[in-house]
Design a protein around this ligand. Structure first.
Ligand SMILES: Cc1cc2nc3c(=O)[nH]c(=O)nc-3n(C[C@H](O)[C@H](O)[C@H](O)COP(=O)(O)OP(=O)(O)OC[C@H]3O[C@@H](n4cnc5c(N)ncnc54)[C@H](O)[C@@H]3O)c2cc1C
Length: 389
């Protein structure tokens, strides 16, 4: 094909994309304007007389609860960060730093009627949450404090610009490395290895995993596809061993193996962020640090808390901790707060466990578990980020 036709088609394609996205953006703003006007016309309660909802944590669940309640309640979002981040795409940014701007957005950008406070919540009282310098009273409290993971995959207490710089520096650092060790072969370790080998085929990548299979809680087919992909791309996988010590660039396992690497990434275990709740209500915290609830997602200890709800990773639900779980539980909490507030307690929804499809991206390829998850991760990312435009 002559070069100019190629460039013409390319320009047309780009132009159509921009046109489609701009149209979508206008429609979204129109839709929001209609919702807001509806709320202004039908919700005649002045803002200062509305019930106060305090939300702790602005990840997948907290940001969604704030968006859905801010037109009908006085909403305050307390988050250690000043932005929302699409965590599943963080691994991509480690090899493609220009992708950062597509997956982060300031809370102040998408929340129009929410009071955003960038602080850490230190404790929870019966009718107020305690910060370092003040307390914030609530009628309803929603705890969405999520979980912590090793740096650089998740960070707390940072502003957006600092986070973007750290991720960029990480990229330039990785470019210089020759041998990379990944400790932990769960979904994060597997996806990180795949991102690195697909972007930097010259790097030597080793995964040390304490189990006989990578991603051992996932379906057999997904495990096989992931292992085949990694082996095909030269990743060395060491099963049934744990890294227990390191001296400089030598990492030692419990089976006595010694692995030399320029850098190790720790891709193991998540830790629920519940210490600030434990301080006041130790009885609501499970053995592993998650917050206990009833099926309506109201916090429960020795006594139930009618006006305190919990959603997302920090919930004491024995399931894979996923963004989808965070969104599903957030939607139930939104419904139940509205039901409670309208004295329709009997119409509150219950959370029921269901099988969720999971998309595991392997560099530029991908593996799907469950049914009908035939969406690329990019599409899932787009679908989520569009909410924050
Ligand atoms: C590297 C990585 C890859 C992942 N990939 C996928 C994937 O492909 N698909 C998928 O479905 N899931 C994936 N997940 C899981 C997904 O990111 C989580 O399930 C999701 O982020 C949980 O959302 P959340 O709202 O419960 O909490 P979080 O996203 O953890 O947000 C919690 C927020 O609360 C804040 N906070 C915590 N404590 C306090 C406090 N005391 N005061 C104020 N603020 C506080 C935190 O700073 C944070 O902003 C991945 C996770 C990681 C780490």
């Amino acid at each position: 094909m002559p070069q100019f036709i190629y460039w013409f088609l390319f320009a047309l394609h780009q132009y159509l994309l921009i046109f489609a996205f701009s149209g979508l953006r206008v429609l979204l703003h129109l839709w929001r304007f209609c919702l807001e006007s509806k709320s202004k016309i039908f919700n005649r309660v002045p803002v200062e007389d509305r019930k106060r909802v305090v939300i702790v944590g602005g990840g997948f669940s907290g940001s969604m609860v704030a968006q859905k309640l801010e037109n009908d309640f006085q909403v305050t979002l307390i988050d250690t960060k000043d932005y929302f981040e699409f965590t599943p795409s963080i691994l991509r940014t480690i090899v493609e730093p220009q992708h950062i701007k597509s997956i982060q957005v300031l809370h102040s950008h998408y929340l129009k009627h929410t009071n955003v406070i960038q602080k850490e919540c230190r404790a929870v009282g019966a009718r107020e949450v305690i910060l370092d310098d003040r307390s914030v009273p609530f009628d309803y409290l929603v705890i969405n404090s999520g979980s912590s993971y090793n740096s650089p995959f998740k960070e707390s207490s940072v502003v957006l610009s600092a986070r973007a710089n750290t991720l960029r520096e990480n990229y330039y650092h990785i470019r210089k490395l020759r041998k990379i060790l990944i400790i932990g072969g769960g979904i994060v370790g597997v996806e990180l290895a795949a991102e690195i080998v697909s972007s930097f085929p010259d790097k030597e990548v080793i995964i040390v995993h304490s189990q006989a299979k990578l991603m051992n809680r996932f379906p057999k087919k997904a495990i096989k596809d992931a292992e085949d992909y990694l082996c095909k791309h030269g990743v060395r996988i060491i099963h049934n061993e744990r890294v227990i010590a390191h001296k400089g660039s030598i990492f030692v396992t419990d089976q006595g193996s010694e692995i030399i690497a320029d850098q190790a990434f720790l891709c193991t275990g998540i830790v629920p962020n519940s210490d600030f709740v434990r301080a006041s209500y130790p009885d609501v915290i499970s053995e592993f640090g998650y917050i206990k609830t009833n099926e309506h997602l109201q916090m429960v200890g020795t006594t139930p808390f009618r006006n305190v709800f919990v959603a997302g990773d920090v919930l004491n639900i024995r399931e894979e901790k996923l963004a989808q779980l965070a969104e599903v539980t957030a939607a139930i909490v939104v419904h139940n707060i509205k039901a409670l507030d309208n004295h329709k307690e009997q119409s509150m929804k219950k959370y029921r466990s269901f099988s969720k499809p999971v998309l595991i991206s392997l560099g530029k390829d991908w593996v799907i578990t469950g049914f009908l998850a035939a969406l690329l991760k990019d599409v899932v990312e787009f679908k989520t980020m569009v909410r924050y435009w």
